[in-house]
Design a protein around this ligand. Structure first.
Ligand SMILES: [Zn+2]
Length: 520
């Protein structure tokens, strides 16, 4: 048999959750054949690799990233390749309401990373830049809304909703894999349940999921989940809950109830799933710590308000007392749980908590935040230490949970989940804690995600499937990325293939770029 590559002597975790079994895997022309162990020797043109003692899995599908434009420059090659190096062959981007398309040309939709008028332009840009692995994108509701409604804090009109439905339908036809919302972020948070339901109906027509960063993941997480369920129920779309968590001291332990609810809904036949990252800290924009009204009109208006002592005082009171319908991370935790992750003009603050940095300068924390955001033109990322380990483990082990890094590859010290998530699951949670078996963990990283986002021929090791493969050492695999060194590659991920091309070996990208924007 003519093969480009034969991986022999290993065991496969095929992505379905089936037990590990001995098998050889042949690769030819970008597709796989599964062979009985020891049966085949490739001809002289092929390469045979002995993978004895190692596990061969489908390439990981990262169910949740913010890497939409990472491969297009600006953060460096190490960050761009960090996912592929840990075994990710497909990144699902466009999450939390923000995608790189469709943008209003220079209008109210102008944002802080490159925008493209439509899905095709987004795909063209990735083709021109080249990528190690594949990427598939959701349509971000916030992006859609910014393009059509602008950044004002008001409901969308019927005509605007129709325009958004049309743009969404076009993107789903072109290859986008679903709709995402980010209902703690502006302008997405200005939408009511009916607006989102009207958009989710378009997903239902296309057989694609409604994916949501809930309106609240803290003290009001259960009400926020009920809204998501209502949207799915009324629209008929499948529901996928992003980075599921019950964060902040008032919600700790709440995953017992939220997961029971999801389980009960599934037993009635509802198609609902979620994803999770294996860390107790989250990461987002510093500006998201401020109440929604402060953002009305966009970033320029936010910075104006931050410069006004009266408005700052209103913000301080809002954080202290809460605002109905607003998540209020700081009110649920405190500035001592928020550390600066990215602030290009303030390297000295990176890694510091807001509370400590304010204290050192003799400032009220909100004064420091205002000065920082004004100096950085609103562009500051943070790490928020907001979750409890028992909640993370409970979500990880739920059978309908898949793995998503929620990686935010930005300059500065981004959250280590971008470069560490998958190796951390396999090393820490599977091997060291025995929380999941290898086949079950691999299913959560591959087959389950490929099915959720309808990626044909991916996420499985089966005859004729695309040759997206990871070979890892189950005894050695571990993440090394930390909050101090967030891009350190993992150990024990020996080989990563995308469509039959070797894109990484032992933590180093090979520079081969077979990746593209997937349309199916
Ligand atoms: Zn999110």
């Amino acid at each position: 048999m003519e093969l480009d590559l034969l991986l022999h002597g290993g065991r496969i975790a095929d992505g379905t959750g089936a037990p590990l079994r001995a098998a050889d895997v042949g690769v030819r022309g970008g597709t796989i054949s599964v062979l009985p162990p020891g049966a085949t020797i490739p001809d002289a043109a092929g390469v045979a690799l002995d993978v004895s003692g190692l596990v061969i899995a489908p390439g990981f599908v990262d169910a949740h990233t913010h890497s939409d434009t990472t491969a297009l420059g600006g953060v460096g090659q190490a960050a761009a390749d960090a996912a592929a190096v840990q075994g990710v062959s497909v990144e699902i981007c466009g999450n939390c309401g923000t995608s790189a398309f469709p943008a209003a040309s220079g209008g109210p939709g102008a944002r802080d990373f490159p925008d493209f008028p439509d899905f095709a332009a987004f795909a063209d840009a990735h083709r021109a830049a080249g990528r190690s692995n594949h990427i598939a994108s959701l349509v971000g509701h916030g992006t859609l809304r910014a393009a059509v409604v602008g950044r004002a804090a008001r409901p969308a009109t019927g005509a605007e909703i129709d325009t958004m439905r049309g743009l969404l339908g076009d993107a789903l036809d072109a290859g986008a894999v679903g709709l995402s919302t980010g209902l703690i972020y502006t302008p997405g948070c200005y939408a009511d349940t009916a607006e989102i339901t009207a958009l989710a109906e378009v997903c239902a027509e296309h057989g694609k999921p409604y994916v949501t960063h809930l309106r609240d993941e803290m003290s009001r997480v259960e009400a926020a989940l009920a809204e998501a369920v209502e949207i799915a129920d009324r629209s008929g779309a499948a529901l996928h809950v992003s980075h599921h968590k019950t964060a902040g001291k008032y919600a700790w332990g709440g995953t017992e109830r939220t997961l029971s609810l999801l389980d009960a809904l599934r037993s009635t036949g509802m198609d609902v799933t979620c994803d999770v990252y294996p860390y107790t800290a989250g990461s987002t924009a510093l500006s998201a710590m401020l109440p929604p009204w402060a953002h009305d009109g966009g970033t320029a208006r936010l910075l104006e308000r931050l410069g006004d002592p009266t408005e700052r005082e209103r913000m301080r009171v809002a954080i202290e007392q809460g605002v109905p319908g607003w998540e209020n991370t700081v009110g649920n935790g405190g500035w001592d749980r928020i550390s600066v992750a990215g602030a290009s003009q303030h390297p000295e603050l990176i890694g510091e908590t807001v509370a400590a940095a304010a204290d050192a300068q003799g400032l009220d924390p909100l004064e420091l935040v205002a000065q920082l955001l004004i100096a950085e033109r609103g562009d500051v990322t943070i790490i928020s230490h907001s979750m409890r380990e028992d909640d993370v483990r409970r979500v990880l082990t739920a059978p309908f949970t898949m793995i998503g890094s929620d990686g935010v590859p930005r300059p500065g010290l981004p959250h280590p989940r971008w470069a560490g998530t998958f190796a951390r699951i396999l090393g820490h949670y599977v091997r060291d804690l025995d929380l999941l078996s290898i086949p079950e963990a691999v299913r959560k990283m591959t087959g389950a995600c490929a099915q959720r986002f309808r990626l044909a021929g991916r996420g499985l090791i089966a005859d004729g499937a695309h040759a997206d493969l990871v070979v890892f050492d189950p005894e050695l695999v571990i993440d090394r990325a930390t909050f101090a060194e967030p891009l350190l590659p993992p150990l024990g991920v020996r080989l990563v293939l995308v469509d039959g091309h070797i894109v990484a070996r032992d933590g180093v990208a090979t520079g081969t770029r077979p990746g593209r924007v997937l349309t199916e």
